[in-house]
Design a protein around this ligand. Structure first.
Ligand SMILES: [Zn+2]
Length: 333
């Protein structure tokens, strides 16, 4: 397990032991953050009949793990465990039929174990119709089932899916934590094999996309981003929360970049929808890609303007931008 995943592993271990684990779990993290290993560990743990508790260290709670010896573990190892389903698509998208297969699987009684588990490793590949099919299952979770979703892009999941899952976001280490990890004599060093080179460790833990560093490494900013995202979607689709969006655009230095990101995500979601006719009324239906593109252009222009303006004029540019967006989306009003 990579060091950056250990905190979540401790958290999940504790919840497992206290039986407070959510029935739907999203593990989110950038490429290479080690989320696969975390998801695999969790699924093996859920399947195992006789989990083991590892020695606790000073800074971590005991980690529970699968025993790898019980009947369930052995079957799982040989890929013949009947109460687990992997939903991975051969195509680029995960369609509604795949999710229905999952729903049917959950409806049957468990063969061996107490629980049934489903793993969806590329949750961002779900079409909107697939996501809606999954939503029904998430709304009425069965007591003995766990659905583990994994994604490198939380924004591309429907907000209604996210709100019904417990999200475990793996954040790259920054600052002192990163330095401590890289220092040869550090405590963490003892937990790493000696053949792991400094540059390999750096690659595992450093982060490349600097433009998104703020919200990906800082929980507070991540929360702000989530809130802003929701406010802006409310404004875009319902004509609500305009003052909230405005104040963020004026006061939060990240907000304009976030706008670009949100619109890009909407455009991407729009093109991901292959089964539009099956879609229940969700956000994607109401605004066309062409309109989204117009909004995007308006945001880009405002972004350019604001860089050369003073704070006083930031308010003006932000107000103009929201008016423009309103006019694009709701031309009659
Ligand atoms: Zn076991």
């Amino acid at each position: 397990m990579l060091p950056i995943c250990r905190e979540k592993q401790s958290q999940l271990s504790r919840q497992y032991q206290q039986q407070t684990l959510a029935h739907a779990i999203i593990i989110q993290g950038i490429e290479g953050c080690g989320k696969e290993a975390l998801a695999q560990w969790l699924i093996e743990l859920l399947i195992c009949h006789k989990p083991l508790s590892a020695n606790s260290t000073a800074e971590h709670v005991p980690i529970v793990s699968a025993c790898r010896q019980c009947k369930a573990c052995l079957l799982r190892k040989s890929d013949s465990y009947p109460d687990h389903l992997l939903l991975r698509s051969e195509n680029k998208t995960l369609g509604v039929d795949d999710i229905r297969r999952g729903n049917a699987f959950l409806e049957k009684t468990a063969h061996l174990g107490k629980v049934k588990t489903i793993f969806i490793p590329q949750a961002q590949a779900m079409t909107v119709a697939a996501a809606n099919a999954l939503l029904k299952t998430l709304e009425e979770p069965s007591a003995n089932s766990y659905i583990v979703l994994m994604t490198n892009d939380l924004d591309s999941l429907l907000p209604t899916i996210i709100s019904r899952c417990a999200v475990y976001a793996i954040r790259p280490m920054v600052g002192e934590a990163l330095l401590a990890l890289l220092k040869p004599s550090s405590h963490s060093d003892a937990q790493l094999p000696s053949n792991v080179t400094l540059s390999a460790r750096l690659n595992d833990n450093a982060f490349i996309n600097l433009s998104q560093l703020a919200e990906l490494t800082d929980d507070t900013i991540f929360q702000e981003y989530q809130t802003f995202n929701q406010s802006f979607l409310d404004f875009l689709y319902l004509g609500q929360s305009e003052s909230k969006v405005l104040s963020q655009l004026v006061d939060n230095k990240h907000a304009l970049r976030w706008l670009e990101k949100i619109i890009c995500n909407l455009v991407r979601q729009y093109y991901l929808v292959k089964e539009v006719e099956q879609v229940t009324p969700v956000v994607n239906q109401k605004i066309s890609a062409q309109v989204l593109n117009q909004i995007y252009q308006a945001i880009i222009s405002s972004n350019k303007l604001i860089k050369s303006y003073t704070q006083a004029n930031r308010q003006f540019v932000a107000e103009q931008l929201l008016m423009t967006i309103n006019d694009i989306v709701r031309p009659s009003t």
